[in-house]
Design a protein around this ligand. Structure first.
Ligand SMILES: [Zn+2]
Ligand SMILES: [Zn+2]
Length: 660
């Protein structure tokens, strides 16, 4: 999913807006548009869902969903829907008598039928509890059909179903069920690891509309009053939140896109607003799906739904959503098109195991924006993308890619653009840098797709795949980058002496966990004769010095020349620092009674200072980390002492100080 830009975030404001809306709605008499169905006014209700945390009835785990068969009639311009949903499932908890589905409380359920018999049911608090009439043994197949109707109220971007007019004034109806609002439009079990084996989405529309959905459009049936039933069927496993519809005044623009193997291709079926200028302006954008399809198939393995299709359905929404084989799109920009397509590997074929693991969906799909730029547009465009991502991540000092369970109540934390998307992409780039082996990096992603295909996976599952494919433990990497917060800041000093290049890396971190990021460092050495050499080191502790034997004169040292690392940094050439050129170091006051302050210039950063007596006995020795250092010397006796400052390059300067 690509969420719209959010300029502010305050739960308080969100609640206030919602209350204002509810209050207004209570006093606003609504008139329903004319339509065919006599039950409409009797059944439609104006209830609003309660504000609160998403809680799930644990009894949804008593069965395993096999199939959803949606057969719904819609009226774009309103969210009113009515019809039936067939749910086929298998009992997994022995003795289950009540089959519990999730369905928005304000829908009216008129009937639940199994084998031609009516079942009794209760529908309260978004829970539809169906009495199966007797306790069912494990393994029993349950095939029932729920008849219902209702008009869900909009709840912003994360509404399960919503309608709006596009820029041409035409109504468009679309669904967006992630993370748990499928229940707003159909009876469902909202558990990520229970994918339905297949799904039918039959949508009946008024004349002039096309309904786009999952899988293949098998048939369009003409019904009385010029209504049309679009009959979509998919035979691929599907997570509940990827079942979708988008209904509008569409035209179809379709083509075949190449896959990874020669002569093989897949249908890309696009439903865009039915105006010539829309096709004219979007055609080029839409056709870029082809190189993206080929690229991602080559990098990650063949498009997982190649037996059916890929598609786009246009909707007047702020972002886009990767509905399986039919992404719903607010626009067709390069990045968003790559992102939603990429979700078909990461998100749809392999789905995050819990919402804490949203990285598997959003981090990987965001990284596909980078990869698509890298391989389709060019490395410069890709570096530009990553630069923006890094800057955004570093705009705040903390936050992890992993979403701790305590934050899951906040949908905007799950879909936090800075952490789940951009830092999620940045840490994949960081992993690629650590591996320093692109074929291995991409084969890890492909293997991960193979292992967890049609299922779910956590961040730990991805780590296990990295471990498996490299024969090493990457726990340290995931601890600091996936579970950990913030990013490192490097202060790099280098100097050349006696045929050796010294590189000293001092690292601090932006947050408290971790206090150190282990990892590779890469430098490009540029010589005075303009030749270059790249060297790599592994930093294992906060302060480390590396020595390279180099005879030629070094002109410049470039840190992280390929811009892989998420970091802040500075590089200091301290080769030419010697006493005559040394900017002033001052110690004040002198004489002193209790405290001294050592002021020293930048280039002495990460040096050390030492206090000794006149006999040369060392009393204190400490690192210098800032441009000024204050030291309490209240504990030493009166007398004369020597303060010596050592630069990282090994130069030193001594001062005589007097304590009264
Ligand atoms: Zn996404
Ligand atoms: Zn109707």
């Amino acid at each position: 999913m690509n969420t719209p830009l959010r300029l502010f975030y305050s739960p308080f404001i969100v609640v206030l807006l919602f209350l204002a809306f509810s209050t207004q709605a209570q006093f606003h008499h609504r008139e329903f548009p004319q339509h065919n169905c006599s039950h409409y006014c009797a059944k439609a209700r104006l209830d609003f869902p309660s504000i609160g945390i998403y809680e799930q009835d644990v009894r949804v785990h008593d069965y395993d969903v096999k199939f959803y068969g949606l057969d719904l009639e819609v009226h774009p311009g309103t969210t009113f829907i009515h019809g039936s949903v067939q749910v086929v499932s298998e009992i997994v908890t022995p003795g289950t008598q009540y089959l519990v589905l999730e369905l928005w409380a304000a829908h009216t359920v008129s009937q639940v039928v199994m084998g031609g018999e009516d079942l009794s049911f209760q529908h309260e608090n978004d829970v539809l509890e169906i009495d199966l009439g007797a306790m069912k043994p494990q393994g029993t197949m349950i095939d029932l059909q729920v008849f219902y109707s209702g008009e869900p109220s909009p709840e912003g971007f994360f509404s399960g179903i919503q309608t709006a007019t596009n820029s041409f004034g035409d109504p468009v109806l679309w669904t967006l069920s992630e993370p748990h609002n499928a229940r707003q439009w159909f009876p469902v079990k909202q558990v990520l690891n229970d994918k339905a084996d297949s799904v039918h989405v039959f949508i009946t529309t008024p004349p002039g509309f096309i309904a786009a959905s999952n899988g293949l459009l098998q048939q369009v049936t003409h019904l009385p009053d010029q209504r049309l039933r679009y009959e979509w069927k998919s035979r691929y496993p599907i997570a509940y939140y990827l079942i979708s519809m988008a209904v509008g005044n569409y035209q179809e623009f379709s083509f075949m896109a190449p896959l990874d193997t020669e002569n093989d291709s897949v249908l890309v079926q696009n439903f865009i607003y039915n105006y010539p200028e829309v096709l004219q302006s979007q055609r080029e954008n839409l056709e870029r799906t082809s190189p993206m399809m080929q690229l991602l198939s080559e990098l990650w393995g063949t498009y997982p739904f190649s037996g059916e299709k890929y598609g786009h359905a246009q909707a007047p929404m702020g972002g886009a959503m990767e509905h399986q084989t039919m992404s719903t799109m607010g626009h067709f920009g390069f990045d968003i098109t790559a992102h939603e397509l990429a979700h078909h590997w990461f998100g749809n074929n392999v789905t995050c195991a819990t919402w804490s693991d949203i990285w598997i969906n959003e981090g990987f799909a965001s990284y596909a924006e980078y990869l698509s730029r890298e391989f389709i547009i060019g490395p410069e465009s890709a570096r530009d993308w990553m630069q923006h991502a890094h800057n955004n991540v570093k705009s705040q000092p903390d936050g992890s890619v992993y979403v701790p369970p305590m934050f899951l109540e906040d949908i905007w934390r799950i879909f936090n653009g800075r952490l789940s998307y951009r830092k999620g992409a940045a840490i994949l780039h960081q992993l690629r840098f650590e591996l320093n082996n692109d074929p291995l990096f991409f084969s890890i992603m492909e293997e991960f797709q193979d292992i967890y295909a049609d299922g779910v996976a956590s961040g730990d599952d991805f780590r296990n795949t990295v471990d498996l494919m490299t024969g090493q433990s990457w726990e340290w990497f995931f601890d600091q980058w996936y579970y950990g917060e913030g990013f490192p800041t490097y202060e790099i000093l280098w100097w050349q002496r006696d045929g050796k290049l010294h590189i000293r890396s001092a690292q601090t971190t932006s947050a408290n966990h971790p206090l150190f990021f282990a990892g590779a460092l890469e430098f490009k050495i540029i010589f005075a004769d303009d030749n270059e050499q790249v060297v790599r080191f592994f930093q294992e502790e906060n302060l480390q010095e590396y020595v390279v034997t180099i005879q030629k004169e070094v002109k410049e040292l470039v840190f992280d020349p390929r811009q892989y690392m998420l970091k802040n940094y500075s590089v200091w050439d301290s080769t030419n620092i010697s006493f005559p050129d040394t900017p002033a170091i001052t110690i004040s006051p002198n004489p002193f009674t209790r405290k001294i302050t050592i002021d020293y210039p930048n280039l002495w950063h990460n040096g050390t200072w030492m206090l000794s007596d006149l006999n040369g006995r060392v009393l204190m020795e400490e690192n210098l980390n800032d441009t000024t250092h204050e030291q309490d010397l209240g504990h030493i006796s009166s007398g004369i002492y020597i303060v010596t400052i050592f630069s990282p390059g090994g130069d030193k300067k001594s001062f005589k100080v007097v304590k009264y």
